[in-house]
Design a protein around this ligand. Structure first.
Ligand SMILES: [Zn+2]
Length: 246
């Protein structure tokens, strides 16, 4: 069986890390296991959460296969974005997502920046930022590009922090996952805590608030699996990139 590993070089560190400003987003590795004879149907995607690999059939939920892609290189300016998880290994709300949970989430998600396609996504989850790992996906886009809700759910908290700038924490429809959007230029009018969200609702606009490099506007997007979305700053980080197929 062919075994292709797609992932950043820095795989040495395995541990639990958490997002300082709320949610926890764990560095991940994508492994594509190809079935014999190259049958796409047998492909699986493994999402490494730090508590072990979680395998899910590629394209299980939407009936489409996930083509292994090579992410474009990260603009070097992005490494100054040190919005990363704060170590919180004892977070009791961190839950390892099951394959079914990840498949369901993947079937639900859309890329939360208008005009960005799966092939454009950077593999930034494992990158070192400062002395920690990034644990999230950076999606560069022109300043002012609409940031849209990746899934239905609700706004857990409209938040701001020194590193994250203008941020939104939201839950998915199952209340298993917290989605975090950071470095927004501004919020959508009327956005408020507790507001229900439909997938595709505009929640804000791409910017550089917080510690984002001023010349590289981008959305910092994190996902965490938590046992309690009420504690929106907790959870086990999950790499969004292999889950974003449309
Ligand atoms: Zn980032």
């Amino acid at each position: 069986m062919a075994h292709t590993r797609i992932g950043p070089a820095a795989l040495a560190v395995l541990g639990l890390a958490f997002i300082a400003f709320g949610a926890a987003v764990k560095t991940g590795v994508i492994e594509i296991h190809r079935g014999g004879g190259g049958t796409r149907a047998a492909d699986t995607v493994a999402v490494r959460t730090g508590a072990g690999d979680v395998e899910m059939p590629a394209g299980q939920a939407n009936g489409k296969s996930v083509a292994p892609t090579t992410a474009p290189p990260t603009p070097k300016e992005l490494v100054s974005d040190t919005l990363v998880a704060e170590a919180a290994a004892n977070d009791s709300n961190a839950v390892r997502p099951t394959p079914d949970e990840l498949a369901q989430l993947a079937s639900d998600l859309i890329i939360p920046v208008v005009g960005v396609e799966p092939k454009d996504l950077l593999d930034t989850f494992d990158e070192a930022r400062g002395n920690r790992r990034h644990n999230a996906l950076d999606i560069p886009a022109p300043r002012g590009t609409p940031v849209i809700s990746a899934t239905a759910g609700k706004v857990l908290r409209v938040f701001s922090s020194q590193a994250g700038g203008l941020m939104v924490y939201a839950s998915d429809p199952t209340d298993r996952f917290v989605l975090m959007y950071a470095h927004l230029d501004r919020y959508a009018n009327g956005l408020a805590d507790g507001m229900p969200l439909q997938r595709g609702d505009t929640i804000g606009f791409v910017g550089t608030t917080g510690n984002a490099p001023p010349n590289v506007p981008h959305l910092h997007f994190g996902i965490a699996r938590t046992s309690n979305v009420g504690r929106w700053w907790t959870g086990m980080p999950v790499d969004p990139r292999p889950l974003l197929r449309r």
